[in-house]
Design a protein around this ligand. Structure first.
Ligand SMILES: *[C@@H]1O[C@H](CO)[C@@H](O)[C@H](O)[C@H]1NC(C)=O
Ligand SMILES: *[C@@H]1O[C@H](CO)[C@@H](O)[C@H](O)[C@H]1NC(C)=O
Ligand SMILES: *[C@@H]1O[C@H](CO)[C@@H](O)[C@H](O)[C@H]1NC(C)=O
Length: 457
């Protein structure tokens, strides 16, 4: 296994003392530690993306200047006046948001400069403030007065022909060791890996060249905008699926796992049930592994200790019970809406199939109190949401193989995966299959209607 220098430096910088000693001993040990870190670990490192970007800013060729000036807007709308499609005043694009829930570690090193050169281009755009600032209330929003009044206001929206404005294209080696090469925005556009289709939906696909010698081109994008607390809503009509795929829609904060990681949509191969997972510093756990005690529709599938360092990075994973929440069945049902809510009560993830999306969501005035049980919930009682999580960016990626999809290539038994991919494809390794079967990745694409980030004010 090949570990590049930045990854090694990252591991050293973030390892616990004992791991650091191991790391220092030999490169073979480094590989073992990295492998143990397994799928979740290093992926978890949004961390990694941002840390590398910062640590190596001096030597990174920062070529991912957005092709067009961003038209994305951040809206600050007065609570009483907000309604579907309401207009607000544009503040800035790509700023860092610190929400006033709790006065902890909001002064992250990324404030006001979440994306290097892109940030300056966006402040040139607005000619006003260079940093988006939104504020949030400290308590769980409840609908007041009118039953249709939502406490949640859109602060950032990615949709339509300007969907890709306001995202950074990650171009480092895949931290999860996938058989991919993450390309920059210009390359992605020329290779038609990103586009906006006739319906106005954003497409993110992978290279389908019949045979490749090593890796396939893919994309991994990160919002320049960051948020601490909020409600993230993502509507997708199609997601990558099939043997060899490992897509995710997720978020993380700085200095992984200190800033926390929230995996909203994730799975591998032919899975049909989504898994949502959090990864944190030590001290965050779940009070129970019982669905009824947690008041969730999903099932806890891993440890109740969410600390990356204490669990081999397994984190606290919860699998949806909905067989149309991920993969081919999600796609044949025209997908649906995922919502991640992060408040003083905790962090929760909801999924709504296409035909049961609440009207308050489609009306851009979400009322989570009426949504019923979430598929996943990590209560604040045992995991302080503003101690273990801060300054998140939302991320889409599609990797191929990598630690997770390769690791379970020969395994079956998870919903959707009655037979293993090794059995289905007749190919012994994920990497070999990916390299030699480009046509198999025609369904390995995201088709996203929108991503919206809401906060209370
Ligand atoms: C926002 O305001 C502009 C200019 O007044 C108007 O043209 C547009 O229709 C408004 N959009 C919405 C969604 O109300
Ligand atoms: C580019 O990709 C889109 C979406 O996958 C597809 O509909 C379109 O035909 C592609 N265009 C070309 C020129 O290949
Ligand atoms: C469980 O969640 C539902 C839906 O949010 C709520 O109505 C109910 O009161 C909750 N039950 C408990 C025991 O918390």
């Amino acid at each position: 296994m090949y570990l590049h220098l930045p990854l090694l430096l990252f591991l050293l910088a973030h390892a616990t003392q004992s791991e650091a000693n191991v790391l220092a001993r030999s490169s073979e040990s480094i590989v073992r530690v990295a492998t143990r870190a397994h799928r979740r670990a290093v992926k978890g490192s949004a961390g990694l993306a941002r840390d590398l970007r910062l640590s190596f800013r001096g030597i990174l060729a920062d070529t991912q200047q957005p092709a067009a000036i961003s038209n994305s807007r951040i809206y600050c709308v007065s609570s009483s006046g907000f309604s579907s499609g309401g207009n607000g005043s544009e503040i800035a694009n790509g700023g860092t948001t610190s929400v006033g829930f709790e006065p902890i570690s909001t002064n992250v090193p990324f404030s006001g400069s979440s994306s290097g050169s892109s940030a300056s281009s966006t402040s040139k755009l607005t000619g006003t403030t260079g940093t988006g600032t939104a504020t949030g209330s400290g308590s769980k929003p409840t609908s007041s007065a009118g039953a249709t009044s939502s406490p949640w206001k859109i602060v950032q929206s990615y949709q339509g022909s300007s969907f890709f404005n306001g995202w950074d294209f990650f171009t480092e080696s895949d931290p999860t060791h996938g058989t991919v090469n993450y390309v920059d925005q210009n390359t992605a556009q020329s290779a038609n890996l990103t586009s906006i289709n006739g319906a106005g939906h954003a497409i993110m696909s992978v290279e389908t060249t019949p045979t490749v010698a090593s890796v396939r081109q893919s994309v991994r994008i990160t919002t320049q905008f960051t948020y601490t607390g909020g409600l993230v809503i993502m509507d997708s009509v199609h997601m990558p699926t099939g043997c060899g795929t490992w897509p995710a829609f997720w978020s993380n904060g700085p200095n992984w796992p200190a800033g926390g990681e929230i995996d909203i949509v994730e799975g591998v191969n032919d899975y049909t049930n989504n898994q949502a997972t959090i990864h944190t510093n030590p001290g965050c756990s779940m009070p129970s592994s019982s669905s009824s005690a947690l008041n969730i529709t999903g099932d806890v599938v891993s440890t109740t200790d969410c600390a990356a360092a204490e669990t081999g990075n397994a984190g606290c994973g919860i699998r949806s019970a909905d067989t149309k929440s991920y993969g081919a069945t999600f796609n044949s049902n025209n997908g649906g809406v995922y919502a991640m809510m992060w408040t003083n009560d905790g962090i929760s993830v909801y999924f709504f199939e296409r035909n049961s999306i609440p009207s308050d969501i489609t009306n851009n005035a979400p009322l989570p109190d009426g949504w019923g049980q979430p598929m996943a919930f990590w209560p604040a009682s045992t995991c302080s949401p503003f101690q273990f999580f801060n300054s998140h960016s939302a991320i889409f990626d599609t990797t191929l193989c990598g630690d997770w999809a390769s690791g379970v290539w020969g395994s079956a038994g998870v919903p959707g995966q009655a037979q293993s991919c090794a059995q289905i494809t007749g190919v012994p390794t994920c990497q070999q299959f990916v390299q030699q079967n480009g046509a198999a990745f025609a369904q390995a694409y995201w088709e996203v209607k929108y991503v919206q980030i809401y906060q209370t004010s």
